[in-house]
Design a protein around this ligand. Structure first.
Ligand code: SAM
Length: 291
């Protein structure tokens, strides 16, 4: 098919893996190019073949499908690499959105890179960019955090490591963990942080909630709908990049707080850093809240 600049749709080369983004809910979001690529390939590697069969049927396509998911990705790699080396063209899709973004595919792409095999992106929907585009928070720099650890201690530890992060942060979250996660975020990152919860994007019950972390956490407690469906949390970065000194003090406090009460820990950290005791104490109580 055509490959001149501007109307390049499907490569003339063989042995290519197309990484194809598919809708995150609204089937109308499939791109024309994604359709053409899916129609052209010899094989579609999908996270859940039954789920993806429905999308292909909707597009009027009958394609050979193989599964590639978290649990079989490693064992599938040699087979896919061989098919590509034999000149087959394959499309990689996930259940929704862009493959590899909190979805399988990284290990395959890494193996392909090692063998100098070619991958071609077919960009399109992702909950990450959809949520960022409506959050009303800075988008010049952001950090994608994916899913936080599900265990409380690990989640809290990870949030603490983000306390001084100046870029907008984007998290995926499961509905049954939303309340706990919002509570932890408010407690650790500060309840007054501007944030956004984007729910069921592109679908019938799409809702975008704006507010501070405290407001979102309080609202989630009262509105059970907020805890339903698919969710993205977007949070403003720390006001201004704190100095390395403040970051060092946070790390020091985290250590001291494992042995000492906040007041004592703050006194020592203030003495060592030269930062005002009150400021260090405020940081210590915030960090101690979730030790
Ligand atoms: N690869 C996908 C992408 O590009 O967005 C993400 C896959 S990840 C396994 C699924 C998570 O993405 C969901 O738990 C939710 O956090 C987010 N998500 C997916 N679809 C969404 C939607 N329509 N609205 C809000 N969040 C969504």
């Amino acid at each position: 098919m055509a490959s001149s600049a501007g109307d390049y749709i499907v490569s003339e080369q063989r042995g290519i893996l197309y990484v194809v983004a598919t809708p995150i809910g609204n089937l109308g979001d499939i791109s024309m190019r994604a359709k053409e690529v899916l129609a052209s390939v010899d094989l579609v590697a999908a996270e859940d073949t039954r789920h993806s069969r429905k999308l292909l049927t909707h597009l009027g396509l009958e394609k050979k499908l193989i599964s590639l998911h978290e649990h079989n990705e490693i064992t599938r790699i040699p087979e896919i690499i061989q098919l590509l080396a034999d000149g087959q063209c394959i499309a990689l899709i996930s259940d929704a959105g862009t493959p590899l973004l909190s979805d399988p595919g990284y290990r395959l792409l890494k193996a392909m890179r090692e063998q100098s095999l070619q991958a071609v992106p077919v960009p399109g929907p992702s909950a990450l960019t959809a949520a960022l585009s409506v959050a009303g928070l800075p988008t010049d720099r952001f950090v994608f955090e994916g899913f936080l650890p599900s265990k409380s201690i690990a989640r809290v530890g990870h949030l603490k490591s983000l306390l001084a992060e100046p870029r907008t942060m984007v998290f995926y979250e499961a509905p049954h963990r939303l309340q706990k996660t919002l509570d932890d975020m408010a407690q650790i990152l500060g309840g007054d942080r501007p944030a956004c919860l984007a729910r069921e994007l592109t679908k019938k019950f799409e809702t975008v909630y704006h507010g501070t972390l405290d407001e979102l956490a309080a609202r989630a407690k009262c509105e059970s709908d907020m805890r339903r469906g698919e969710l993205v949390i977007v949070i403003s970065g720390a006001d201004s990049a704190p100095s390395t000194l403040v970051q060092d003090v946070s790390a020091l406090l985290n250590e001291l707080l494992t042995e000492l009460p906040p007041a004592k820990a703050a006194r020592i950290a203030s003495r060592l850093s030269g930062l005002p005791r009150q400021e260090v104490y405020a940081l210590a109580t915030r960090l101690a809240g979730k030790q």
